[in-house]
Design a protein around this ligand. Structure first.
Ligand code: ARG
Length: 471
């Protein structure tokens, strides 16, 4: 049987395989709420403009509410023969309200309809991601505040470099996530234009009011060019790009969690809640959540590259290729939401081993730079020379297999006679981090101030979000 929605000129139905490759209902049913919102806005506008009669519009809006209820209750039968969410909703509407349903599709096409639905969905999802990012930042700031004075080794090349504080390390991620939120906000601001009313590609001869539907749906304005309206998926790409950068950040942190929880490092412990055991090796406690956060990056980057590839060869305007925008986007943003929640869970769960961290922070002559800085500051030695002198002192300690501060004053004076006992003030790891008071440095006081600044800002963000009316 030919398609009941568009089958006028078709005598036969599609081949089974045609139906299978063509149908999107299996995944675009996730757009149901957005599709119904868009249709309600459209019907309201059609009546306000006198394009359809108010009774029909009323019946359509009521009926769409009913369809929404059925879908929410799981009582809706999605039909592959109706291809996609748009026709499934419209066909059910016709069953419920009869003839007036046929007026809904006046002055629109599935092309502007799907562009609108998907923008709404991506916008809703960006808002959810922003809230999840705020929660992760909150968890990091709280942990950082608790550990503003917990020293740990700071690394470059994954070699012990200089002592830092655990709180400072966590706050680095708060900054990254702050930029991520900025990127999502930028994407949201640019996507917030309404394509509805562009119709198939050329606009429409009906006297529609695109400002009205745009406003109804919480968009800032209608899109300006009908061809661009139905063929643009930049909003998906920008969102996936922001998601990719965020996933990369989460993956770096996850990698650190994996390293930190190995018995060889044992910098932090995760509880039973965020680890798994091995079915064969009873001693094991594996950081699977961190590993999976690291791995989810693959599908998120994949979605972005996939989407760029789908779009790159498409002549204007709409082509069915664009139906391939949804599955990878749903999948990537679902994975991202999961990764964000799991990371926040691990942050709240993790317990740093302060003793071990402190010991590790002092190993590998991590305060050698402090010694060199002391020579520069106190003896007015040029830094290059101080670097050389320090190197010789480190050599001495290393030859004896002891830490820098375990050398005697006399031994250090053997290398540089002007060194005084004050040198010991900068050689301990705590003194080292306390001295890093430059703006953005690791000094515990800096870390506390930074964490408190962020916590205040996060509280303000949350209040603003609660005050914002839902679109
Ligand atoms: N399911 C389609 C999509 O996701 C909706 C638009 C279909 N338009 C069309 N002219 N066949 O892109």
């Amino acid at each position: 049987m030919a398609n009941e929605m568009w089958g006028g000129r078709f005598a036969e139905g599609p081949a089974a395989i045609m139906q299978e490759i063509n149908a999107s209902i299996g995944f675009d049913k996730r757009l149901a709420a957005q599709d119904i919102r868009g249709s309600m806005a459209h019907a309201e506008m059609l009546a306000a403009q006198g394009i359809i009669d108010p009774q029909s519009a009323e019946a359509i809006i009521q009926g769409l509410g009913k369809v929404k209820q059925e879908i929410d209750a799981g009582a809706f039968t999605f039909k592959t023969s109706l291809e996609d969410i748009h026709m499934n909703v419209e066909a059910r509407l016709a069953e419920i309200i009869g003839a007036p349903a046929g007026r809904l599709h006046t002055a629109r096409s599935r092309n502007d309809q799907v562009a609108t639905d998907f923008r709404l969905w991506v916008r809703d999802t960006i808002d959810a991601i922003d809230a999840a990012l705020g929660d992760l930042q909150q968890a990091l700031c709280e942990k950082a505040l608790q550990h503003s004075g917990t020293v740990m080794p700071g690394f470059t090349h994954l070699q012990s470099a200089q002592p830092v504080t655990f709180g400072h390390h966590l706050m680095a991620y708060v900054e990254m996530l702050g930029r991520d939120r900025g990127r999502f906000r930028d994407a949201r601001a640019r996507l917030n234009e309404c394509p509805l009313g562009a119709a198939a590609l050329a606009g429409t001869s009906f006297p529609i009011d695109r400002m009205r539907t745009a406003k109804w749906l919480g968009f800032d304005r209608p899109t300006a060019n009908s061809l661009d309206s139905v063929s643009d998926r930049d909003f998906v790409l920008e969102t996936l790009a922001a998601a990719s950068i965020l996933a990369m950040h989460l993956s770096r942190f996850a990698e650190e969690i994996v390293i930190w929880t190995t018995p060889q490092f044992a910098f932090i412990a995760l509880s039973d809640k965020f680890t798994t055991g091995s079915s064969i090796m009873p001693q094991k406690r594996n950081p699977d959540a961190a590993e999976l956060v690291r791995a989810k990056t693959g599908r998120i980057f994949g979605a972005m590259v996939g989407m760029l590839t789908v779009m790159k060869g498409l002549a204007l305007a709409y082509a069915k290729d664009m139906q391939e925008d949804k599955e990878p986007t749903f999948d990537a943003l679902d994975a991202l939401a999961l990764a964000l929640a799991a990371t926040a869970g691990m942050v709240r769960d993790m317990e740093p081993d302060a003793k071990r961290l402190k010991k590790a922070a002092g190993s590998g002559y991590a305060t050698a730079t402090d010694l060199a800085d002391w020579l520069v500051r106190t003896l007015k030695m040029p830094f290059r020379e101080a670097h050389h002198v320090t190197g010789r002192i480190v050599g001495l300690a290393s030859a004896r297999g002891i830490d820098l501060e375990k050398l005697s004053l006399a031994e250090m004076q053997g290398v540089e006679p002007r060194i005084t006992a004050e040198i010991f003030d900068v050689l301990g790891v705590l003194n080292s981090v306390r001295s890093r008071t430059s703006y953005g440095g690791t000094a515990p006081a800096n870390v506390r101030a930074q964490a408190k600044r962020w916590l205040a800002r996060l509280a303000k963000d949350r209040a603003a979000r609660q005050a914002r009316p839902l679109a």
